[in-house]
Design a protein around this ligand. Structure first.
Ligand SMILES: NC(=O)c1ccc[n+]([C@@H]2O[C@H](COP(=O)([O-])OP(=O)(O)OC[C@H]3O[C@@H](n4cnc5c(N)ncnc54)[C@H](OP(=O)(O)O)[C@@H]3O)[C@@H](O)[C@H]2O)c1
Length: 333
């Protein structure tokens, strides 16, 4: 297939709301050593893209300003040392930037085969949440079979992946979400209980479910006032894993005594600034432990809505209403 000289891509004219999103024409990038050039068929939208657009999450050094952290498509060229990748391979990939475009570069170790039976639109919704959830919930959170996990934001892209992965690993799942419909969504994904945090105090509701033993792991994206509440719910050896601070990363006062008395672990991480080598370790674990489950249909990305590339602004606006459940995807070709 002939690779064109130029392509369409999404750019931000400056920090701001969805109105700063514009389509532009740009040269098709050239793959360097260890990279593949992918003809993008679909790209996932993630909340960090909205933060980047607003000027609150700049791309790390070495990444382009073009948004987009995950793609699915076909390999059309590869640089030297691009592993066993072949032209024509159908892959999804975690990218540090540049996903909202007709062509994008991906590091070879971060390209994963599209699971059997999965569409490109579905596959584009895999990398960002699976890399993030696997690393935070399974590796940092050390979630084990038979343990109980509380997942905040259960209907989000991250939450919908976490619920399914936790259930596939034999955990008991309690999710929080912001409406009865979102709670139903979490239950249909396999959560054992769902708490509408706008109607109920999630601490009391969780305590009623788990009793004095508390929960083993909490996956949180809210922070702020949730921090002491989460810690109050952790049992002995409990782990609080922070993937975002939608409310705040600060609290006025906190007594850390429970951390010592109940031997708690407070942890968290960001994915994007990590080196390719570190992300490649997660990719290898995903290939081994998670991709077979996707191929068997035991887990699936839940696609709420897809938009053409030219309507990326509408896709961001939808994400910022938080009306969605699961993933929002850009259909690029
Ligand atoms: N650390 C990392 O490496 C990493 C990677 C990717 C994403 N993230 C972060 O993870 C979060 C989710 O990302 P996403 O792409 O999945 O975005 P998303 O689908 O837009 O999810 C955001 C969710 O937050 C929920 N929420 C807000 N306040 C809440 C509260 N008080 N209690 C419970 N849920 C609440 C919203 O649901 P309601 O409307 O129901 O409140 C919504 O479902 C974002 O903050 C993102 O920045 C972190």
């Amino acid at each position: 297939m002939t690779i064109p000289q130029t392509m369409r891509q999404v750019e931000f004219t400056g920090p701001g709301g969805p109105e700063v999103i514009k389509l532009a024409e740009a040269p098709v990038p050239q793959p360097g050593p260890g990279q593949a050039l992918i003809r993008v068929l679909a790209a996932g939208i993630n909340r960090p893209d909205c933060l980047q657009r607003a000027g609150a999450y700049p791309p790390p050094p070495g990444e382009t300003a073009i948004p987009g952290l995950e793609i699915a498509g076909e390999i059309v060229a590869a640089g030297a040392d691009a592993g066993g990748l072949q032209i024509g391979d159908k892959v999804c990939a975690l990218v540090g930037s540049g996903g909202y475009a007709e062509y994008a570069l991906a590091a070879a170790p971060l390209c994963l085969a599209v699971p059997a039976g999965m569409s490109m639109v579905e596959a584009a919704g895999l990398p960002e949440t699976y890399f993030t959830v696997f690393d935070n919930m399974m590796t940092r959170g050390r979630l084990k079979k038979g343990e109980t996990i509380l997942i905040h934001g259960g209907s989000s892209g991250i939450g919908s992946t976490a619920i399914q992965l936790a259930k596939a690993n034999g955990a008991r799942v309690i999710a929080t979400a912001g409406s009865p419909d979102k709670c139903d969504f979490c239950l249909k994904l396999g959560a054992d209980a769902a708490i509408d945090y706008r109607k109920e105090d999630f601490v009391a509701a969780t305590r009623a479910l788990v009793g004095p033993a508390g929960v083993d792991v909490i996956l949180d994206m809210v922070g702020g006032a949730y921090i002491p509440k989460n810690i109050s719910l952790l049992g002995f050896e409990g782990r609080l894993v922070q993937v975002a601070f939608l409310q705040s990363s600060k609290i006025e006062q906190f007594d850390f005594m429970p951390v010592m008395l109940r031997r708690l672990t407070l942890t968290g991480s960001t994915m994007r600034p990590r080196s390719v080598a570190l992300k490649a370790e997660i990719a290898a674990a995903l290939r081994r432990d998670v991709w077979p489950l996707l191929a068997q249909g035991k887990m699936r990305p839940i696609i709420f809505r897809q938009f053409p590339l030219a309507e990326a602004a509408a896709a961001h606006a939808l994400m910022e209403t938080s009306a969605h459940m699961g993933k929002i995807i850009l259909k690029v070709a």
